[in-house]
Design a protein around this ligand. Structure first.
Ligand code: UT7
Length: 331
């Protein structure tokens, strides 16, 4: 390990204006506000209504928000990682388009897809590039237009997901702040339980796949829930043990917002009081790659230099993990 650590030095976010409430969902499928709130903690989500805008729009707006809060010249950015499960196009990296749109003219860029763990894995990738000493500014964007892959007649998925974008800038730190440790895992068993069946190389699009609605995301919610609870809690407690962190030492849990009950179970296992658990699932639902940076952006003012943050995520694949980060600035 080098003496350079990778610190987050700025964050930004964007959510579209349109608010899809539980009350509106009640008019689309057989559900109700009480069920959605008690089973998931979600009250509303944001939806990108403009049919001519893809996920890149959400990510670009989040990156612009970040840049507006710093004096970083976009031409100084060395690389842009775009974490997403809903790229604009199947081929042609969304990252390249976004990098050009924000005038990161000297950057190289690529997409990173690990479903709901895309941003967490992206944090690991960004950190390694910075720790290498070769790169000084890595912009990690996490965005998803989940509404583009949701069947609004399927009550088991349409109540959960929303659209949004977030961004974090990684830079070298010489005071020992930033990314300290990570525990990342995956298990291919997951693709039986959470997936989009058609549109990839295994089952390319045909008139039948469209008619059979095989281009929408489907999940066996109960099974995913069980794996998510045990693995997210397990990864987070492992990170604590490995770094000799007690529940007193952890200042904040920043967990993927898939279901409030999954986050609560993780916090319980870590012995954390609810005040230390960042939560905004009530307002945005599950925005897949955007949940972690949306939390950072919403709670930025509360995070203090030197605070111990534990990140956790679980998603399709399955993919999951936890990271320990020392926050590097006061805003
Ligand atoms: O980001 C990672 C990916 N996703 C996740 O982490 C999601 C993980 N799973 C979950 O969050 C939960 O499993 C769900 C929120 C999807 C479902 O909650 P649940 O408590 O596991 O409910 P369930 O699937 O066991 O269903 C319980 C009942 C069923 O009715 P019966 O069979 O007991 O009569 C469902 O048909 O609730 C019914 N149900 C609904 N009722 C009203 C399912 N969806 C709805 C709904 N409104 N939207």
């Amino acid at each position: 390990m080098s003496n350079i650590s990778a610190a987050i030095t700025a964050v930004g976010a964007y959510v579209p204006e349109y608010v899809l409430t539980n009350a509106v969902l009640e008019t689309l499928v057989d559900t109700n506000d009480e069920w959605i709130t008690s089973r998931t903690g979600i009250k509303e989500r944001r939806i990108l209504k403009d049919s001519d805008k893809g996920t890149s729009f959400l990510g670009i707006e989040a990156a612009k928000d970040l840049l507006s809060k710093t004096d970083v010249d976009p031409s100084e950015i060395d690389m842009v990682i775009f974490a997403t499960a809903t790229p604009d196009l199947m081929v042609a990296a969304t990252a390249a388009y976004a990098a050009s749109a924000i005038h990161a003219t000297n950057a190289f860029s690529y997409d990173l897809q690990a479903a709901c763990s895309s941003f967490l894995y992206g944090m690991s990738t960004a950190a390694r590039y910075i720790e290498s000493g070769r790169y000084k500014k890595v912009l990690l964007i996490g965005a998803d237009k989940m509404s583009s892959i949701i069947d609004y007649k399927d009550r088991t998925t349409c109540i959960i997901f929303g659209d949004g974008g977030g961004a974090a800038l990684f830079e070298p730190n010489y005071e020992g702040l930033g990314v300290q440790d990570e525990y990342l895992r995956s298990d291919g068993i997951g693709r039986d339980f959470l997936r989009i069946e058609a549109g990839g190389s295994l089952l390319p699009p045909t008139q039948e796949t469209v008619a059979d609605k095989k281009h929408f995301v489907r999940q066996d919610g109960k099974t995913v829930f069980k794996y998510a609870v045990s693995n997210m809690a397990d990864a987070s407690s492992k990170i604590m043990e490995r770094n000799n962190l007690t529940s007193k030492d952890v200042d904040w849990l920043i967990a993927h917002q898939a279901n409030k009950r999954i986050v609560d179970a993780t916090a319980n296992r870590m012995g954390l009081a609810s005040e230390k658990v960042l939560m905004n699932i009530d307002r945005y639902g599950n925005t897949t790659s955007a949940t972690l940076p949306l939390l950072l952006s919403d709670y930025e003012k509360k995070l203090k230099k030197g605070d111990n943050l534990v990140f956790a995520s679980f998603g399709g694949g399955f993919t999951w993990g936890s990271m320990y980060v020392k926050w590097a600035y006061n805003s």
